[in-house]
Write a protein that binds this ligand. Structure first.
Ligand code: FES
Length: 235
């Protein structure tokens, strides 16, 4: 196997050819934050939270293959400022109802903002507005919290082979949605919930009565699920 020798933060590393800078850094305990990256599932390189300094350039480390002689810096002032800007921009178009969000304290965007000590958002402007889609039996979609990382799309399509959701529109209007903006209940979605597991924020979450839904599927004689109210156990 061909091996590559390079440096990260002054540490000499040797890794198999094809290893990304992000994975190489993590293998020796160097923390590089990430958001859109999901190991073996999503490498969209869209969020830029994982940027590192390579010579005069800032490059996303999640898709940057290590090369012989590279000298990578992961925590300079320039890198930290770039990451702050990226996270602030994401927050500037994010429905910031963190205290009541179902993912509060378990949200990767919230954790990044905390790690980067973000207290003010320098950018304010137009925001994505989209109705919540709660048509599905199990999954609630709130596009106003979506960070467009694509982790749900890769999981639904490449892992589960369902392809119920994808990117729609372009530019600032880009959203994650079923084809033709249909409600999720009108798609091939199998209610597996893997998109929820992949979502780093609160854009996808379980319906509150999901456990009752699964009980009803497993034992329809014992449970009745009422869509507009909590499920009622009848036996
Ligand atoms: Fe690398 Fe998003 S984690 S670009």
């Amino acid at each position: 196997m061909e091996m590559i020798k390079f440096k990260i933060d002054g540490i000499e590393l040797e890794v198999p050819k094809g290893t990304t800078v992000l994975e190489a850094a993590r293998s020796v305990g160097i923390k590089i934050p990430s958001l859109c990256y999901l190991k073996d599932v999503n490498k969209s390189s869209s969020c830029r939270v994982c940027v590192v300094e390579v010579g005069p350039r800032l490059i996303a480390s999640c898709t940057l293959a290590a090369e012989n002689g590279m000298d990578i810096k992961t925590n300079t002032a320039k890198v930290r400022e770039a990451r702050r800007t990226v996270v602030e921009l994401l927050l500037s178009n994010h429905k910031r109802e963190c205290t009541t969000c179902v993912r509060s304290e378990n949200c990767e965007l919230q954790a990044l903002a905390k790690d980067l000590n973000i207290r003010d958002i320098r950018f304010e402007g137009e925001k994505t507005t989209c109705p919540i889609d709660d048509s599905s039996t199990s999954v609630v979609r709130d596009q106003e919290k979506c960070v467009l990382c694509g982790r749900c799309i890769s999981t639904c399509g490449n892992v589960q082979s369902v392809h119920a959701i994808g990117f729609a529109n372009r530019g600032f209007s880009t959203v994650v949605a079923p084809a033709y903006h249909k409600p999720l209940s009108d798609t091939v979605c199998i209610n597996c919930g893997q998109c929820i597991m992949a979502c780093p924020v609160g854009a996808l979450h379980e319906k509150e009565n999901i456990k009752d839904v699964w009980n009803a599927i497993a034992d329809p004689d014992k449970y009745v699920v009422v869509q507009t109210a909590p499920a009622v156990r009848v036996a």
